[in-house]
Ligand binder design. Structure first.
Ligand code: PEP
Length: 253
């Protein structure tokens, strides 16, 4: 059975006190309303991770995640955050390769390959993001493009390592735009990702990997997306900043 995951990417939003308030609202609502087989992940700014981890510690199905880590273990990398630092806050997951990081910080597939491996070696679960631009989709190359992202950043892993990775398919044209991929478009790509993972790592590993959809998911469209056979969860940006919307998405399976 694949894990159901609803992850909220807060991006660069919320002051510390606002973030703590949001996390505690989510934790309370999750306790009261969300099925225990749905895993909620709060992907917060790095400075929020320790206090948020403390706020959510008694709610079994809510975890914290970083939005990035360095590919280096430690050292002279001013402004960067290491896997060990993230783990020391109590966080269990890390987003890697979000399209905003790829675009604004020039993160490459090769760099992400190193980060995924380091995260796994340290015991952090990567949420590896992939997805194509509108131009690539319109050229008909979207499947090849995403397969290449998987190949260049994940194919160096063993099957056992890969079984611990979470994938988030996030078409760039749907992120923060209000335009959502249709359920057919999402299912087509998720199935193709699972097939590509099966070819490389075997069907058993591919069947166990949670593939999340990200891109303008909200309460009004979550159910249609989450009931697709290969859509196991969501990575939510804007709608994760309101506890009510985030929880309503988590109740949409
Ligand atoms: C995201 O940032 O990963 C995302 C999916 O954002 P939004 O839900 O706002 O489109």
């Amino acid at each position: 059975m694949r894990k159901k995951i609803i992850a909220g990417n807060w991006k660069m939003n919320k002051t510390l006190s606002e973030g703590i308030a949001l996390a505690s609202e989510v934790a309370n609502m999750a306790n009261d309303e969300v099925s225990s087989d749905v895993n909620l992940i709060l992907c917060t700014p790095a400075i929020h991770l320790a206090p948020v981890s403390s706020v959510i510690k008694d709610v079994a199905n809510v975890s914290a995640a970083a939005q990035n880590i360095s590919e280096h273990e430690s050292g002279a990398y001013t402004g960067d955050i290491s896997a060990d630092m993230v783990l020391s806050t109590g966080a269990k997951y890390v987003i890697l390769g979000h399209s905003e990081r790829r675009e604004y910080h020039n993160e490459t597939n090769a760099q992400l390959a190193d980060r995924v491996k380091l995260a796994l070696d340290k015991g952090l679960t990567p949420i590896f993001c992939c997805g194509e631009s509108l131009e690539t989709r319109e050229s008909g190359e979207h499947v090849n493009f995403v397969n290449n992202q998987l190949k260049e950043s994940l194919h160096h892993l063993s099957a056992e390592e890969m079984s611990k990775v979470v994938i988030a398919y996030e078409p760039i044209w749907a992120i923060g735009t209000g335009v959502t991929a249709s359920s057919d478009q999402a299912q087509e790509m998720h199935k193709s990702i699972r097939t590509a993972l099966a070819d490389q790592f075997g069907a058993e590993v591919a069947d166990g990997i949670s593939i999340l959809y990200g891109g303008s998911m909200k309460p009004a469209n979550a159910q249609e997306l989450l009931t697709q056979p290969d859509v196991d969860g969501g990575l939510i940006g804007g709608a994760s900043l309101k506890a009510r919307d985030f929880i309503d998405i988590a109740k949409s399976y």
